[in-house]
Design a binder for this molecule. Structure first.
Ligand code: 6GU
Length: 238
């Protein structure tokens, strides 16, 4: 997989070129290149934004540098615009993106990027507009970082242990059950007996129950209740 990230704050994303994805790069599975949008400006002040047509607060990112940058790095790619008005990012979206050969992240700042850039991008590649969640960040850089980290660990061959991927929060539609390690007793807190029993079926059933309870308590939106008996709560989960 190849990932290009275009931003006016490339230093923000520099750690991506090292660290975790660095190992995948060494294996030849992944190549990440961070670009400075200002490299595609042509004026003396390297201007990337201007006032909005129609008035209003804030600034809008100009189309010319974005058009030149995307023409150079994004032809044929899946072009991800990080924006609070995009589709919410989920594990399912991460899994889908992990199957693409070439991702380009266009990180917007200020009030956003001129709409014609997105329209043009759709003529040279496949556009996705993605949001990290229902809150506002100053720019799309942190979102591009988060999305990249979630996606690259799903690239086949990237993670050592494929099983650890499957058992995590969100992979089965539930939050993960609580986990424990040694010692069995710590500051008066004991590890649940079942986990020391060696009974793998009981352990699996306990973990499933814990995952269900935790999900119902913290994320009721993930478990649709189905009306059955008053004293029995059944949850419509996979
Ligand atoms: Cl992708 N960008 C910005 N600026 N704010 C956000 C976001 C993205 N996702 C959530 N908030």
């Amino acid at each position: 997989m190849r990932i290009d990230i275009v931003s006016i704050f490339p230093d923000y994303l520099a750690p991506l070129e090292l660290s975790l994805p660095g190992k995948a790069r060494a294996k030849g599975l992944l190549d990440i290149v961070v670009h400075d949008l200002r490299d595609w400006t042509t004026d003396r002040h390297h201007t990337t934004d201007d006032t909005p047509y129609g008035g209003g607060a804030g600034m809008v990112m100009k189309p010319e540098p974005w058009g030149a940058a995307l023409d150079e790095v994004a032809a044929g790619a899946t072009i991800v615009f990080t924006t609070p008005s995009g589709q919410p990012f989920t594990q399912a979206v991460a899994r889908e993106l992990s199957g693409h050969d070439h991702l380009v992240f266009a990180c917007g700042r200020y009030e956003g990027i001129d709409q014609r850039v997105i329209d043009h991008a759709a003529t040279i590649g496949t556009v996705r507009e993605i949001s990290l969640g229902d809150y506002v960040l100053n720019g799309g850089e942190v979102a591009a970082l988060a999305i990249t980290e979630a996606v690259v660990r799903l690239v086949p061959g990237f993670m050592g242990n494929a099983e650890s991927l499957v058992e995590e929060s969100h992979e089965d539609g539930l939050l993960e059950y609580p986990v424990f390690t040694k010692p069995a007793s710590w500051r008066g807190h004991d590890v649940p007996d079942v986990l020391l029993s060696g009974d793998h079926a009981r352990i699996a059933a306990w973990r499933r129950e814990q995952a269900l309870q935790r999900t119902a308590a913290r994320r009721p939106d993930l478990v649709a209740p189905t009306s059955v008996g008053a004293d029995e709560v059944r949850l419509a989960v996979p």
